[in-house]
Design a protein around this ligand. Structure first.
Ligand SMILES: C[S@@+](CC[C@H](N)C(=O)[O-])C[C@H]1O[C@@H](n2cnc3c(N)ncnc32)[C@H](O)[C@@H]1O
Length: 285
């Protein structure tokens, strides 16, 4: 009788940081060359953590093995796309931002006959619906066209549906009120079983579409660009690309809204904007 083969793998030595670095670079290069998604300039520490989590979730013992699976199995690539980026969002997230938008940006926008807004990295859409509600309450929504983009088609599908777990509505109601909401928040959705479906009329002037900030170009000129909690995941090279893209896509005196941990301070773009507060900037010329 022959000796049975061992069924479990011999434990691999923990890869040296250098080796892991090389494996991650090869994985990202492969993903870019095969699928066109460019993660090569994402902030390394958070990316590394998420790649490791994914490797464990796939029950693989090395990043090279993850590379093999991602490149040969498109369903694994979908999981990679969802796993490697953060999609956390909420309605009226950081209410102070929306209060400032209502008080300082709305009066500026009301001077325009037609308002083009780009909401980049919109994730599952909660922020886009928040903005639509705010603009509706301020009597501007009918004059707006909101382009809501994300690189991930899966989260965009959710955004388009406008359906979120009902259990979140209590928290969202609090945030809506803190953000200066003027009506009863429950007017904006219908509860069905465990879900809240937002009114279709809120979607009337929103166009959801795929756009990748790392590789795609400008597609219009905007009066407002909101991109919150996306740039924190990029390294300085990619942040610079995106700031250039936003600058080129904003009309003179246009508004740029960033996330709470994001700033133009000490970047080459600082002199081209005036800060209104709460991470809201106005392009100078
Ligand atoms: C943390 S969420 C932010 C959602 C929302 N803006 C907010 O602040 O609540 C980050 C989003 O950025 C998107 N994202 C990451 N890299 C991107 C890229 N290169 N181009 C476009 N979107 C990207 C992700 O898919 C994710 O939905």
């Amino acid at each position: 009788m022959s000796t049975p083969h061992p069924t479990s793998h011999t434990p691999r030595p923990t890869p040296s940081p250098d080796l892991e670095e090389i494996e991650i670079q090869l994985l990202l290069e492969g993903v870019y060359r095969l699928y066109g998604f460019d993660f090569r300039n994402y902030a390394p520490s958070s990316l590394k953590r998420r790649v490791r989590n994914l490797m464990e979730a796939e029950a693989l013992s090395s990043i090279s093995a993850l590379q093999d699976r991602v490149l040969h199995d498109t369903s694994c690539m979908e999981r990679f796309l969802l796993g490697v980026t953060v999609h956390v969002t909420a309605m009226f997230r950081d209410p102070g931002f929306f209060v400032r938008f209502r008080n300082q940006v709305v009066p500026l926008l009301s001077t325009y006959p037609f308002i083009r807004i780009w909401h980049a990295g919109c994730s599952t859409g909660q922020e886009v619906y928040s903005l639509a509600i705010l603009l509706l309450e301020e009597g501007l929504y009918h004059r707006c066209r909101i382009y809501a983009t994300d690189m991930n088609e899966r989260v965009l599908q959710k955004a388009k549906s406008g359906i979120y777990p009902l259990e979140l509505m209590q928290e969202y109601t609090q945030l809506y009120l803190k953000a200066g909401g003027k009506r009863s928040f429950s007017e904006y959705y219908t509860a069905a079983y465990d879900n809240a479906a937002f009114r279709a009329s809120l979607r009337e002037n929103i166009i959801f579409s795929q756009h990748n900030l790392a590789t795609d170009h400008s597609f219009n000129e905007f009066h407002v660009i909101l991109c919150r909690n996306v740039l924190i995941y990029f390294d300085p090279v990619l942040q610079k690309r995106v700031h250039q893209l936003f600058y080129d896509s904003l009309c003179p005196l246009g508004i740029l809204g960033l996330g709470r941990q994001e700033t133009l301070r000490l970047t080459p773009y600082e002199p081209h904007y005036e800060e209104l507060g709460d991470r809201i900037y106005r392009r100078l010329h």
